[in-house]
Design a protein around this ligand. Structure first.
Ligand SMILES: Nc1ncnc2c1ncn2[C@@H]1O[C@H](COP(=O)(O)OP(=O)(O)O)[C@@H](O)[C@H]1O
Ligand SMILES: [Mg+2]
Length: 507
């Protein structure tokens, strides 16, 4: 392969935060016309490294070269002046302004002469050139997440970015949108752009990258290896430092009594429209029932009614001999009914509380945690120290706020809290979404152990591979109705796909 020039080069970057060495003498470079993937588990230091290149952080050691010239990047403006633009995980757009307005937002141009019409034309032209069509006059809030991402890319291209850093860009996209993004990225490399593609997903890296650099705990464990011919297993090994088992190790289920029986359940969504239409199913002790379906077909509402967060309109839920309805004392059910919600940060935990406090949220009112009218702080700490060790939660201390933890470790805090209550039923919603390989594996293992200890599990996920490998039985939901049921072992993935898309499967 012809050696092409480096668009940028970082040497010996050291970036520290209180208690963590996020980048430990990292070297990283991107060539003109390549997609260079930066791969690593959550917390490996990927975003930090790229925030340095984008001028947001100022490292305590190291140097940056752009086209062979030393530069000092004091701000994002400095970075963009050097042709470097970063698209963050959380978009930075103003919702009630238009696409064109957002494109020029923050640019130091004389405002009086701002010709919006002309900018709209330029944005339109750029969009056509790069296959990133969005209406320049649309307001940001009117756009889908995928379209908003295109606006972010256009904004950077408009500012003359030659190096485009994308921080986990696919996390918010549908599979179709991911394909579209990849086409655009390929196109951009042909036009001489350099793409830094941050990800922890092996499939994507193998699909899109020319070269891969792997970070682990702030250090490079594989430097600029060619993505051609590299296997997922090799990459996974470099990421987590040991072989990852992609197959979930589990014995055949030994289902016991019915723990949850849902009968002709109906409920409405937030807009008052039917979300569940006569849904019926059972979950037995010691089995995992997987609920497959495309997002938005009633899964969220089902999880909410099962955990007391939403009212039903008709039908019944029988949990271990107790009818669940608006008269249920949900707090008293407490630990018997575990919930691993979709939104770990807002629903699953209290970000402003410590790890120790989050771990007792479901039993602060019971001994040994409660002591008369007060909380036994020694017991709180002992409980936390024990669970942090048992569940291998990486946190500086048990007093650290959970807002500081990576996604994988936050999920472990939630699982530790829910599992340690010995629940009869666990409702887990997208339990591994956004987690890296190592954390996903840990969560899968915990769920199977939970099953083997006799808990009934309802697993709601969009990841068919996850559902197929974890579940014992599968049901498919479409437009609020259960449209199929089958054993997970040997299930035909194409048939499930058709059911998920609303096509009646003919037997
Ligand atoms: N602004 C910050 N303040 C304190 N710690 C941080 C900050 N940003 C990142 N960290 C810590 O630095 C480490 C690397 O984080 P990050 O670069 O976000 O990892 P990645 O993007 O690979 O998931 C983590 O331990 C994280 O908790
Ligand atoms: Mg990150």
């Amino acid at each position: 392969m012809a050696e092409s020039a480096d668009a940028f080069e970082m040497r010996g970057i050291v970036q520290r935060f209180p208690g963590v060495l996020a980048n430990d003498h990292v070297d990283f470079a991107g060539r003109v016309g390549e997609v260079h993937a930066l791969l690593g588990e959550n917390g490996a230091g990927k975003s930090t490294l790229m925030n340095v290149l984008a001028g947001l952080y100022h490292p305590e050691a190291g140097e940056i070269l752009i086209h062979g010239q030393h530069v000092v990047l004091r701000s994002p403006q400095d970075a963009i002046a050097n042709g470097i633009g970063m698209i963050h995980q959380h978009f930075m757009l103003v919702p009630n302004q238009t696409v064109a307005e957002n494109t020029v937002l923050g640019l130091n141009r004389p405002r009086f002469f701002l010709n919006l019409r002309k900018i709209e034309e330029q944005v339109q032209a750029l969009g056509e050139q790069y296959g990133l069509s969005v209406n320049p006059r649309a307001k940001i809030w009117e756009l889908s997440v995928g379209e908003q991402q295109r606006v972010e890319v256009l904004k950077m291209l408009f500012r003359g970015a030659k190096v485009l850093i994308m921080d986990e860009p696919t996390a918010v996209l549908t599979p179709q949108e991911v394909e579209g993004l990849f086409v655009t990225l390929r196109d951009m490399t042909k036009r001489g752009h350099t793409i830094v593609f941050i990800s922890h997903k092996l499939d994507e890296v193998v699909a899109i990258a020319d070269r891969v650099t792997v970070l682990r705990r702030g250090k490079v464990t594989a430097a600029s290896v060619s993505a051609r011919g590299v296997t997922k297993a090799q990459l996974a090994n470099l990421m987590v430092g040991r072989e990852v088992i992609f197959k979930v190790d589990k014995k055949k289920a030994k289902p016991g009594d019915v723990v949850l029986e849902v009968n002709r359940l109906c409920c409405d969504n937030d807009r008052g429209l039917p979300a569940l239409r006569e849904v019926s199913f059972q979950v037995q002790a010691g089995e995992i029932l997987g609920l497959a379906g495309v997002a938005g077909n009633g899964q969220r509402e089902l999880a909410e009614v099962l955990t007391g967060l939403r009212c039903t309109t008709s039908g019944t839920m029988n949990f271990n001999g107790t009818l669940l309805n608006r008269h249920t004392h949900w707090l008293e059910l407490g630990q018997q009914l575990a919930h691993v919600p979709e939104d770990r940060a807002a629903v699953g935990s209290v970000q402003a509380l410590s790890v120790a406090e989050n771990l007792i949220l479901k039993r602060f009112n019971r001994p040994p945690i409660s002591k008369g009218w007060s909380i036994n702080s020694i017991a709180v700490k002992q409980n936390a120290v024990k669970l942090v060790k048992e569940y291998n939660i990486a946190t500086p201390t048990v007093e650290t706020h959970v807002g500081m933890l990576s996604g994988g470790n936050l999920q472990k805090v939630i699982l530790a809290r829910e599992i340690s209550g010995h629940p009869k039923l666990m409702v887990a919603v997208h339990p591994t979404r956004g987690l890296d390989v190592g954390a996903t594996e840990a969560v899968h293992k915990l769920l199977v152990e939970q099953r083997d200890s006799g808990t009934a599990l309802l697993l709601i996920s969009e990841d068919l591979d996850e559902l197929m490998s974890l579940s014992d039985r599968l049901v498919v939901i479409y437009e609020g109705r259960i449209v199929g049921e089958m054993p997970a072992e040997g299930a035909d993935i194409r048939r499930i796909g058709l059911m998920m898309a609303g096509t009646k499967a003919e037997s």
